[in-house]
Design a protein around this ligand. Structure first.
Ligand code: UGY
Ligand code: MN
Length: 254
C-alpha cells in the first residue's frame, strides 16, 4: 500500500512546522516501512532525526493477522497504547504476553523487547525512549492498564482534568498523561518548560497556542513541542476534547 492522497487542496493543509514545534495533520502523515514491521505500517510522528526530540513516537496501522518479524524496542523503554482494535504483545525477556484492546496500554522498562500480533485491524501508538537511570533510584516496573480506567483530577490551571497512565514517582523518566477538556475550556497560563511533548489528539479539537502561533487542531492530529515551546490550549465546539500527552519527567534536563 502506498500513501493515499488525502488533501486535494495542497496549499490548505493545517500541517505546519514552526521553530519549536510541528503539527502533523492526518493528510500530512506518510506511512513508512520500518525493520520488523509490515510494509508501510508506521508513521514516524517524532524521532531525533530532524528535530530535538529525545524520544520516538510512531503511529502503527496493522491489518488483521499482521505481526512483527523481529524483536522491537530492544535497549529502549517502550510504551504502547491501542487506539482501535486488538493486539497481542509478547516480551521474551519478561516471559509474558498481553492482549490489548481499545485503550489498553503497556509500559515495558528498558531491556524488554517485544513482538506484536494484530488479532483485528488495529491502530496503536508506540513511544520509545532511552532510559535515564539515576544512581540510587530503582528501575521502573512493567505497567499495564486501560485508558477508560484512568481517573482524572481537576486542574484549574488547564481548565480541565488530567490523569496519569503511569505512576508519577522518580523511577519513571517519562509520563503518559490523558488531558480532558469540556467545550470552551482554556489554559489559564501559557506554559514554558524544559520538557518536551508528543501530543496525540484523541477527541474533539480547538486552538493550540504554540510558540506564538495559533493553530486549529482536530482529532488524530499530532503535535511535537520542543523544550521551552510556549503552549496553551483552548477547546472549541460543544463536545469534550482529550489528548494523550508524552512528557519527559523527574529528571533535571541533562
Ligand atoms: O503537563 C503539561 O505540561 C501539560 N499541561 N502541557 C500541555 O498540555 N501542553
Ligand atoms: Mn506542557
Amino acid at each position: 500500500m502506498t500513501t493515499p492522497y488525502r488533501n486535494d487542496h495542497l496549499s490548505a493543509s493545517r500541517g505546519r512546522v514552526g521553530n519549536r514545534y510541528y503539527l502533523m495533520t492526518p493528510d500530512t502523515m506518510v506511512e513508512n516501512t520500518l525493520p520488523g514491521l509490515p510494509e508501510y505500517a508506521a508513521v514516524v510522528l517524532a524521532a531525533p532525526q530532524g528535530s530535538p526530540a529525545r524520544f520516538g513516537q510512531y503511529l502503527l496501522k496493522l491489518a488483521a493477522g499482521a505481526a512483527s518479524a523481529l524483536p522491537l524496542g530492544a535497549s529502549f523503554e517502550n510504551f504502547l497504547i491501542v487506539l482501535e482494535g486488538e493486539v497481542m504483545v509478547a516480551s521474551p525477556e519478561e516471559g509474558a504476553e498481553w492482549a490489548l484492546g481499545d485503550g489498553g496500554y503497556l509500559f515495558l522498562p528498558e531491556g524488554r523487547s517485544f513482538s506484536l500480533a494484530a488479532r483485528t485491524a488495529a491502530r496503536l501508538l508506540w513511544v520509545k525512549k532511552r532510559y535515564l537511570a539515576v544512581d540510587g533510584v530503582e528501575a521502573p516496573p512493567v505497567v499495564t492498564g486501560r485508558l477508560s480506567e484512568v481517573a482524572g483530577a481537576d486542574d484549574e490551571s488547564i481548565d480541565g482534568s488530567w490523569g496519569r497512565l503511569l505512576p508519577g514517582d522518580q523511577r519513571f523518566d517519562l509520563a503518559m498523561n490523558i488531558m480532558r477538556f469540556r467545550g470552551g475550556a482554556r489554559f489559564r497560563m501559557v506554559e514554558i518548560h524544559h520538557q518536551e511533548h508528543g501530543l496525540y489528539l484523541l477527541e474533539g479539537g480547538g486552538v493550540y497556542h504554540l510558540d506564538g502561533d495559533h493553530l486549529d487542531v482536530q482529532q488524530d492530529d499530532f503535535i511535537y513541542m520542543a523544550p521551552y515551546c510556549t503552549q496553551a490550549f483552548t477547546a472549541t465546539g460543544s463536545g469534550p476534547s482529550a489528548y494523550l500527552l508524552y512528557k519527559d519527567v523527574n529528571r533535571d534536563g541533562f
